[in-house]
Design a protein. Structure first.
Length: 305
């Protein structure tokens, strides 16, 4: 049970850490007591006014500037020396200003759904940066991106979802502290090559492979002995019988999430799932009698339907 709790904690720590501050969504409200604002979610129409007033917000730890179709992010953000989380997802930004290297306390950087071509080298100098979201940045040169990521020393959460990846960047193998990797929504991803890269990341614990149009799990998955949790949501062509056989070879696997896969029955032999602490099967099509059978056979596993 302790191992399951550890995995769940890994998944929710970022949310917990940054939800302890009260979010302010109006610049007018924020300017009433700017020194008390620690989490600001800027309305797109207020960006110009925010730029002019930014020096008043010396205690901001979390800043959202999302879905505003911005081409650049030159707003004087570098003056927010206490900033820990910067979310600029849903814009059209292709380059980060060099001045952001002054954000020495930055821990989480969300660049999702932008137009980046490459990551700046200065990110490697941000000693507290541990989470980067690069989902939906299909124009990125991922081999070069991998080289930069490999030098972000504290990186432990990485999102590469929806990038039409065919292979994982080899530089990821050098991410020595990476614990959780999201490579979902990449249906052309070479799973064999990916496993080869992932096997070199000894710290990796959680792998998200949802919506990847997987039809099989290669035998080579046995080399991912460090993995404790895998998410296989929305891969309806993946054989659950084959999955159970492969899981038997992963000594440390504790959590498997297999939601929305149109499954009606699990195989008669469920020994491949015996070591699981949590088996999430929600969104499938099990009968009540099949649910009872699964629960009776997996007595030491928390099964969710």
């Amino acid at each position: 049970m302790k191992s399951k709790q550890i995995i769940i904690l890994i998944l929710v720590i970022p949310l917990v850490c940054f939800s302890q501050h009260k979010k302010v969504t109006s610049l007018v409200t924020a300017l009433e007591e700017p020194e008390k604002v620690t989490w600001l979610d800027i309305d797109c129409e207020e960006i110009s006014d925010f730029k002019n007033a930014i020096t008043k917000f010396g205690n901001i730890k979390t800043l959202y500037i999302t879905d505003c179709n911005l081409k650049t992010i030159s707003l004087g953000i570098e003056s927010l020396h206490d900033l820990r989380l910067l979310n600029i997802q849903g814009n059209s930004i292709s380059k980060l200003p060099e001045s952001l290297k002054m954000l020495e306390k930055l821990s989480v950087l969300n660049l999702r759904n932008n137009s980046f071509v490459k990551l700046p080298q200065f990110l490697t100098g941000l000693s507290q940066l541990r989470e980067i979201d690069l989902a939906e940045n299909e124009s990125l040169n991922f081999e070069e991106t991998g080289k930069v990521l490999s030098k972000v020393k504290q990186l432990d959460f990485l999102y590469l979802s929806k990038n039409q990846l065919k292979e994982l960047p080899r530089g990821l193998a050098e991410c020595k502290k990476l614990k959780e990797l999201h490579i979902d929504h990449n249906p052309e991803l070479d799973i064999e090559q990916s496993i080869s890269v992932l096997s070199q990341i000894a710290s990796l614990r959680i792998l998200v492979l949802s919506n990847n149009d997987l039809s099989y799990i290669p035998d080579s998955i046995r080399i991912l002995q460090q993995i404790e949790g895998i998410v296989f949501d929305n891969n309806p062509n993946l054989s659950i019988k084959d999955l159970g056989f492969r899981l038997q070879k992963l000594q440390n696997i504790k959590v498997v999430v297999f939601r929305n896969n149109e499954v009606k029955h699990l195989p008669e032999d469920l020994s491949g799932f015996f070591k699981l602490k949590l088996f999430d099967l929600r969104g499938n099509n099990f009968s009540d009698s099949e649910k009872d059978r699964i629960k009776n056979m997996l007595k030491d596993t928390k099964v969710l339907f």
